[in-house]
Design a protein around this ligand. Structure first.
Ligand SMILES: [Zn+2]
Length: 319
């Protein structure tokens, strides 16, 4: 859905470089054939000349038939020369890394708007994953490695319900605006389920930013207080506000102070106003959240977040 911070433009530049490089390789190939077989070069020049004559004939309204015959004869002659020289007849073809979109990134359809090519979507998801900060994390945390055989009946039922909720959340992400607060003690699957959601949404080209609360507030503090105006820090700050899904992991483990309180409220409030989703996981119980932060944060969370309380065995040992 959303490539952020100039990534779309960077991707367009990538395509432009691919096209230029392929053009260079084609020119080199052509040069090589022409230097080794000047007769083929001659034949190509002759065809080009005849094509120009044809264009002029068309412009003047003259009969093109005579030129057409000469072109056909010149092409046949050239084919014989290419065959005799043992040259691959595709020597003058343009080179495309992606044959589907001819290295433009888009497929133009006659009956509708241009569509992103599969190669563009692949690069897009690679960039989204890179920007999410989750490349490593997602390898071991996704639905494909989930196990439910470690639960007893009651906790298993509960976990399966949470999984079903998460799958519904993913399916309706583009149509239902929802936020999640995962509560529960250490290792009950809060981060795991956050990652599962992130993984699926990244696969469907959504931008996701995942940060532990500590990293999130450290980054924001750096953006706020650093004397140097570091572009990469302000880019992260922008992503925190603009991404399709923001995941704040382990809220409550950071050093709490008035800066953290203000920033947390601003993030939650601004993303609420722009209908951009947030998932928060925390070991803190709701009452402790209120004590630790403020009434306004507490009421914003309880008013606009679905609370999923997780319990059960410590999943970190088995997942
Ligand atoms: Zn393509």
């Amino acid at each position: 859905m959303a490539l952020q911070n100039g990534a779309f433009e960077r991707l367009q530049e990538e395509y432009s470089s691919i096209r230029m490089e392929n053009e260079r390789i084609r020119d080199e190939r052509l040069e090589k054939v022409y230097s080794e077989h000047p007769e083929i070069k001659e034949a190509d020049l002759k065809i080009m000349d005849l094509l120009t004559q044809k264009a002029f004939a068309a412009l003047k309204g003259n009969d093109e038939k005579a030129v057409d015959d000469k072109i056909a004869a010149a092409k046949a002659e050239k084919e014989t020369l290419v065959k005799a020289a043992g040259v691959d007849p595709s020597y003058e073809d343009r080179i495309y890394t992606c044959p589907y979109c001819k290295d433009t990134g888009f497929i133009v359809k006659s009956d509708g708007p241009a569509e992103k090519c599969r190669c563009f979507r692949k690069r897009e998801s690679e960039i989204l994953l890179e920007q999410s900060g989750m490349s490593e994390l997602l390898k071991d945390n996704n639905f494909s490695v989930m196990r439910t055989d470690i639960f007893d009946e009651e906790t298993k039922d509960h976990f399966v319900k949470a999984v079903d909720y998460c799958k519904g959340y993913i399916d309706s992400f583009d149509t239902d605006y929802r936020n999640i607060l995962f509560c529960g003690t250490v290792g009950t699957g809060k981060s795991f389920l956050s990652c599962c959601i992130a993984s699926e949404l990244l696969d469907s080209y959504h931008s996701v930013v995942y940060m532990s609360a500590k990293t999130l507030f450290d980054t924001l503090a750096q953006a706020q207080f650093s004397r140097e105006n570091l572009p990469e820090i302000s880019a992260v700050r922008e992503r925190i506000y603009d991404c399709d899904l923001l995941i704040i992991d382990d809220l409550g483990t950071e050093m709490t102070n008035s800066f953290v309180g203000t920033e947390l409220f601003t993030i939650i409030n601004e993303r609420y106003n722009s209908r951009r989703s947030v998932i928060i996981s925390t070991n803190l119980e709701l009452a402790l959240l209120r004590d630790r932060y403020s009434d306004r944060i507490f009421s914003r969370i309880t008013g606009s977040y679905d609370v999923l309380r997780l319990y059960g065995p410590d999943l970190r040992n088995v997942l």
